[in-house]
Design a protein around this ligand. Structure first.
Ligand code: NAP
Length: 335
């Protein structure tokens, strides 16, 4: 069975996912597109075999030839489209963020729980990256002992002028929050945010930032965002366990503590660094839906948890205080 996918938002990531679904992966075709800018949607559709252009996201979701929905529009529109897809009973892959506030994420969780089955998957693609998967396997194997600390470094060469203060947390570190929860297998309990001496390339931004999070069991996670670091896009991760350390390296490798320095090529941007992860993410989504298993990747709960951490992180950024993180009860659908 070929999964017929409708794509809402044909901007940068929407077009990249369409290329992936139509040119790289098997089992899916794009049958509908829509974008706030209709001309862009028409241009994208003209390059596809069978795609209709819909006037609105709601029209696309309702279309008979759309089995599953991919939401790649601007973040503040995500809640509306994800809720509409749940109301239509259609699986929906939503690029991060799931929604822009914890309350909006909760609305999605409530709707999905009321529906009774998982339909939502959130685009936290690091979980599909070979190096992160190796790191998780090492942590789960107990080779470095119980994790005590995790360092997550997120570096960009530069950011556009439209990048605001909060975005270091809600747009950049949100991936580090999700992947840390996933690697450690637990939720966060608190966060504080400290600004370092500002990078002179960053204008008025508080950059770099150091975020110190505590998990429920007391593991410390320190997230570094350096978004004007010039030399390239670079993602770091190292767990400090009771018996040793394990760190991310390229090509799916993990460097255990005894290793000496390793030289690695630095990718020029995030697409190159995570290109294979996006392919794996979508191929697994297509297979899961085609086999009737349903959405099994990062859930609405994961999208909600990341957003609650972002919300607390922004409060911590402005107050300078330690801010507690409270998720509330987790519905059984996500256990
Ligand atoms: P983008 O290039 O600005 O594309 C977004 C597109 O959505 C634009 O064409 C925009 O049209 C359109 N749009 C806005 N509101 C819409 C609506 N109500 N209905 C239909 N289309 C609408 O942005 P992007 O970089 O692709 O990012 C899109 C989403 O993907 C964001 O949520 C972003 O956080 C996420 N993302 C995730 C990753 C990841 O690593 N997982 C990476 C990149 C982006 P206008 O330009 O006319 O407003």
């Amino acid at each position: 069975m070929t999964l017929r996918v409708g794509v809402i938002g044909t901007g940068m990531i929407g077009q990249d996912h369409i290329r992936r679904l139509t040119e790289v992966l098997s089992g899916a075709e794009v049958t509908g597109v829509t974008d706030a800018n209709r001309e862009v949607a028409e241009e994208v559709a003209s390059r596809l075999k069978n795609a209709s252009v819909h006037a609105t996201g709601e029209d696309l979701i309702a279309a008979d030839d759309v089995d599953a929905v991919l939401v790649c529009s601007w973040g503040p529109t995500h809640e509306t489209y994800v809720l509409a897809a749940i109301a239509a009973g259609k699986p929906v892959f939503c690029e991060k963020p799931l929604a822009t506030t914890p309350e909006a994420c909760r609305n999605i969780i409530d709707a999905e729980v009321a529906f009774g089955r998982r339909l939502v998957q959130v685009g936290f693609m690091r979980r599909y990256d070979a190096a992160y998967r190796s790191l998780k396997a090492v942590i789960d194997s107990g080779e470095v002992g119980a994790p005590l600390m995790y360092y997550s470094g997120h570096r960009n060469p530069s950011v556009p002028d439209t990048y605001t203060r909060d975005m270091a947390i809600v747009d950049t570190a949100v991936h580090d929050f999700d992947v840390s929860r996933w690697l450690l297998g637990e939720e966060f309990a608190a966060i504080r945010v400290i600004a370092a001496k500002p990078n002179r390339h960053g204008g008025d931004l508080q950059d770099p930032l150091l975020m110190i999070l505590e998990t429920e069991s007391g593991v410390l996670v320190n997230v570094e965002t350096s978004v004007n670091i010039k030399y390239g896009y670079d993602i770091r991760g190292e767990v400090v366990g009771e018996d040793g350390t394990a760190a991310l390296a390229d090509r799916g490798h993990v460097i255990l503590r005894s290793a000496s320095r390793v030289g690695v090529a630095v990718p020029e941007d995030w697409r190159e660094r995570f290109i294979a992860a996006y392919d794996v993410e979508f191929q697994e989504w297509i297979h899961a839906l085609a086999s009737g298993e349903g959405a099994s990747g990062p859930s609405a709960w994961d999208g909600y948890a990341a957003q609650v951490v972002c919300d607390a992180g922004v409060k911590a950024l402005y107050s300078g205080e330690r801010v507690e993180i409270e998720l509330g009860d987790k519905p059984a659908l996500y256990s």
